[in-house]
Design a protein around this ligand. Structure first.
Ligand SMILES: Cc1cc2nc3c(=O)[nH]c(=O)nc-3n(C[C@H](O)[C@H](O)[C@H](O)COP(=O)(O)OP(=O)(O)OC[C@H]3O[C@@H](n4cnc5c(N)ncnc54)[C@H](O)[C@@H]3O)c2cc1C
Length: 428
């Protein structure tokens, strides 16, 4: 039973944490809500950090989830700039870096993820960057502008979403850009080999150089400044700055220390805190949501959720925070959304719905004009069931793609490829 004297604590002030706090109040919870975050900024959204904000098109103020004054109005107690350093699930306490001990009735871990670091010589040089926080984006924005002015060279390690979005931003400032990627195509682990080439062409047309099949082995510097990078195939590329965009790792330290169940990091699930479909961890009073949580994945409606997946995307934090808040309030609210994400690069806007990593699908079918980057791609399993869909510069189809995935119905590749057959006509 939840009553007005209870204390709900949220560790992590990203989108999932902020939305959970908002939902607790929206659902009428009148007890204490305490939000703890090791960052000093109020909770903000990260997608603009590699897009509008990095490009200088969006103001700093536009990234925040709520106005700072909202937290006081909603009686959310904020502990900003304070890490939660110890969790005791037996005593139901969480201790902050400054020694403050907080007793909770329910706890939400929304600790997100942190950039993976390059483990090579030279990573301590001043020109080596990561992009996760507002402060990183502020710094990178200045770096890109000065590289653009001075004809400087940015090397990006990793052709994932963040690497590619930063490549697009850097080109818009006029910087020289080389992307070094171990796989043979960009976004290989998400799109497979079939469609990564779309993004290679897009970026090459905008002047980005790619070096595929290689990994950085050294960042060469002089007097603390970056001069070049070396790759494992013996090549050297000039560089004034380097962005390590080689993925993110879930921030599970607190959960691990508290003995909560985690998902194996070595598999394809991406590790994370194991939660059930209500986002409850192995401790009945502790929940997890957003980038840090590995929740059961169900694609087709009637399929068994036999695998857990950590979804590192905005929509998952946006919906997962509120779902966890409702579950903390004892509501029977499952979090059963299909993975979804979006990206903007140059004039290309794409959305991806579902989950179809290489090895899981039998074929890819496209409708529309792939060369003109106006198309929808469908990843099908051996029975013709849709696992994932990506719409590139085609608006308003993501919901239908989700319904087709959920239906679990076998689809005719010819009909999927035919632009004259409305996608909605394929719904059972
Ligand atoms: C540059 C960038 C661009 C992105 N673009 C897109 C996009 O275009 N589309 C898309 O779908 N997704 C995108 N994402 C992903 C999306 O932003 C994330 O999925 C989302 O931020 C996850 O929210 P979260 O609240 O789970 O975690 P986070 O946003 O990581 O927030 C977690 C917070 O908890 C804090 N914290 C961690 N541990 C502790 C602790 N022990 N004590 C106190 N505080 C702690 C962290 O410092 C952080 O502030 C992007 C991410 C980045 C970094």
């Amino acid at each position: 039973m939840v009553d007005a004297h209870q204390t709900f604590v949220i560790v992590g002030g990203g989108l999932a944490g902020a939305k959970a706090a908002e939902t607790l109040r929206a659902e009428g919870f009148t007890g204490r809500v305490i939000l703890i975050c090791d960052e000093r900024d109020h909770p903000y959204e990260r997608p603009p950090l590699s897009k509008g904000y990095l490009l200088g098109k969006e103001e700093r103020d536009s990234v925040f989830v709520h106005e700072p004054a909202w937290y006081a109005q909603a009686h959310i107690e904020l502990h900003l700039g304070q890490p939660a350093v110890h969790l005791d699930p037996e005593a139901r306490t969480v201790r902050l870096g400054d020694g403050t001990l907080i007793v909770y009735d329910r706890l939400l871990l929304a600790t997100g993820a942190e950039p993976r670091r390059l483990d090579i010589p030279g990573t301590g040089l001043a020109g080596v960057h990561h992009l996760r926080r507002l402060a990183h984006a502020e710094r990178l924005r200045g770096v890109l502008a000065s590289l653009g002015r001075d004809n400087g060279h940015l090397v990006i390690a990793g052709a994932g979403w963040i690497g590619l979005e930063v490549a697009a931003a850097a080109r818009s400032y006029g910087a020289e850009v080389t992307v070094v990627e171990a796989a043979p195509t960009p976004l290989h682990g998400v799109l497979g080999p079939e469609l990564g080439g779309v993004f290679t062409d897009l970026h090459r047309e905008h002047g980005v150089r790619f070096h595929f099949g290689a990994e950085l082995t050294e960042i060469v510097g002089q007097d603390g400044m970056v001069l070049a990078v070396r790759t494992d195939d013996g090549e050297e590329h000039p560089a004034h700055d380097v962005l390590a965009a080689i993925g993110a790792a879930p921030r599970t330290a607190l959960a691990e220390q508290a003995g909560l169940d985690l998902v194996d990091r070595t598999g394809t699930s991406g590790g994370g805190i194991a939660v059930d479909s209500s986002l409850r961890t192995s401790d009945p009073y502790v929940y997890a949501a957003g980038d840090v949580a590995a929740a059961p994945l169900t694609l087709a409606q009637d399929a068994p959720a036999d695998t857990r997946l950590r979804v590192e995307h905005w929509a998952n934090a946006l919906n997962g925070g509120p779902a966890a808040a409702r579950a903390m309030l004892g509501q029977d609210a499952g979090h059963d959304r299909l993975p979804y994400f979006f990206s903007d690069q140059y004039d290309v806007a794409m959305e991806y719905t579902g989950h179809a990593p290489p090895g899981s699908y039998a074929q890819v079918v496209c409708r529309g004009d792939v060369a003109k980057r106006e198309f929808t791609a469908f990843w099908l399993d051996a029975d013709g069931r849709l696992l994932a869909g990506m719409n590139v510069n085609v608006p308003d189809v993501a919901d239908t793609l989700g319904q087709l995935i959920r239906s679990g119905a076998p689809l005719e590749p010819g009909a999927l490829a035919d632009p004259d057959v409305p996608l909605t006509a394929l719904l059972p």
